[in-house]
Design a protein. Structure first.
Length: 324
């Protein structure tokens, strides 16, 4: 067991799978000698060489076109789209090719590829470099979507994603790259489609994802000092979605709050709320409440960005007022 930053965990997860399987290759902009713009790939070129760790042109279409072709012909590529916002440049390849081709070939062609990207706000990068786009991804049939919140989960879910036969979009919380936590030694392999209960309480349930998980935990601790005990569920995987764990956690308290970085309209929290209302309506003890970013482009100004993103104070206050 050793402390590892979130960004170091990304490199460790990729290296673990590249050591295990020679068919795993890595490509993206400035990922080789530079170690990635967010320094999430430091050391990979030195260990695995330029045949398996390749810098690409500044072209998201080229990156994903090459990754798709590599996956179709027997490799297991990991491709980096530097900022998740830049999926907008290559979304046609993701939606109409990568997501659908296994289905359209009746399984004759498989696509075991991972696309990783820095996702979300909190770093003052402005509206075009701060979007949380996991709601875009989960709306597309044929894609798997994960968003780890801890360094250990980064390693384990990266391994699960690389070993999966389907395309996986792997969202890294940019605002958490510098955070540090203990990570077990040795090989770590997690499972896609599994949520995790990271705190237990009997008064309400909070479901959170990515950078919102530590904020939800801090808000829960603040509420606990006032006598309100919250269960916190780290959703971790949006597709597949672990409805069993989430629904059971909700039913145990009868109150659900979702905390998401997505803009409010059509966020993953809305889908989760609809599932709860449809499948566990009789367990409801109060309104289902979504805590989100407003449906606005994310501001670059620090005070405005902080006001837009769900904060510990807003999470705690929303829950406090709803339970009163």
């Amino acid at each position: 067991m050793a402390p590892l930053t979130y960004r170091e965990a990304v490199a460790r997860g990729i290296a673990q799978e590249m050591r295990r399987d020679d068919s795993v290759v890595f490509l993206g902009e400035d990922v080789a000698a530079a170690g990635g713009v967010f320094k999430t790939t430091v050391g990979l070129l030195d260990e695995f060489g330029p045949d398996r760790v390749r810098d690409t042109p500044i072209s998201e279409q080229a990156i994903l076109g090459a990754a798709m072709g590599a996956a179709m012909t027997g490799l297991r590529p990991i491709a980096e789209i530097m900022f998740s916002d830049f999926y907008a440049v290559c979304w046609d390849i993701v939606v109409n090719e990568i997501a659908k081709s296994r289905y359209m070939t009746n399984g004759q062609v498989t696509f075991p590829l991972v696309v990783k990207s820095g996702n979300g706000g909190g770093l003052r990068f402005g509206a075009q470099h701060s979007q949380a786009i996991e709601n875009w991804a989960m709306a597309v049939p044929g894609l798997k979507v994960v968003a780890p919140a801890t360094p250990a989960d980064v390693v384990g879910l990266m391994a699960a994603a690389v070993r999966d036969p389907d395309p996986v979009l792997f969202f890294e919380a940019k605002g958490m790259y510098a955070t540090k936590a203990e990570v077990p030694d040795g090989e770590i392999v997690d499972e896609l489609g599994t949520a995790r209960i990271v705190r237990e309480g009997g008064d309400c349930t909070i479901a959170a994802l990515g950078m919102m998980v530590p904020r939800a935990l801090t808000a829960a601790e603040e509420l606990a000092r006032e006598g309100v005990e919250a269960t916190v569920v780290d959703v971790r995987s949006l597709v597949p979605l672990d409805t069993t764990t989430i629904l059971d956690a909700f039913s145990a308290t009868g109150r659900l709050f979702t905390v998401e970085e997505n803009p409010r309209l059509c966020g993953w929290g809305a889908e989760l709320v609809s599932i709860v209302a449809e499948e566990r309506f009789n367990d409801l003890d109060g309104p289902l409440v979504r805590i989100t970013t407003p449906h606005v482009p994310l501001p670059a100004a620090g005070a405005l960005e902080d006001a837009a993103l769900p904060s510990v104070a807003r999470i705690a206050d929303t829950i406090r007022r709803s339970l009163d």
